[in-house]
Design a protein around this ligand. Sequence first.
Ligand code: PGA
Length: 249
Amino acid sequence: MRSVLIAGNWKMNGNMQSVIELVEGIKAGDPGKAKLAVCPPAVYLMKVGGMLDDSGIALGSQNVCDHESGAYTGEISAAMLKECGCRYAIVGHSERRSHYLESDQLVAARFAMAIAVGLTPILCVGETLLEREQGVTEAVVARQLDAVIELSGIGGIAGSVIAYEPVWAIGTGKVASPEQAQAVHAFIRGKLAAVDSEIAKRVQILYGGSMNPSNAAELLSQADIDGGLIGGASLKADDFLAIARSVQE
Ligand code: PGA
């Protein structure tokens, strides 16, 4: 069966001191049955990676460049992230798509670069509130997935984690209901199953968007929800660990 991953997306928060305290807090606590990953701001990857050595907690980046190397000021290559100890790389987060205008094709290219060096991309997909109201949630998610499948094939998806993050639920306190989330997760798995049922069964699909210790258990008990990508609540060690411990099984 699929294992459960609880990944913290720290976004652009914290400073050296708070990052150290957060890692120490997470390491000292009990994550229950879940596997943990943290995705700090890039400048803290080396520091956090060093602190996580032998902890069983994985390191991830918040993005990855769509090129191998060269004149791409401000970007960080997949190989560099690998060298920093990353196992995961978030790609296509809605904040990248909306604030930095990352297209489905750019996200797919970033995804492909992560796969090429053996990083596991955490591919974020999800609809805006307007798109949900217009009834095009599945079409949007399908389009975002198709761009990746077109470039990396279903084999690429096999080496990835998918995160369904409804944009209207991110950082808003408005969590998707377990039924709403499960419906989209089932849609994603069904879409993948139409191409390769074995891969569809294996791939982890995380939910993200205002997940916290009080709503996590119900979300994580859904058949197709295999973990969480946690923003705000991952900045407090106790909350992050409480979410992890709410995994049943
Ligand atoms: P949130 O963020 O938990 O603060 O809503 C989730 C995410 O953006 O990954």
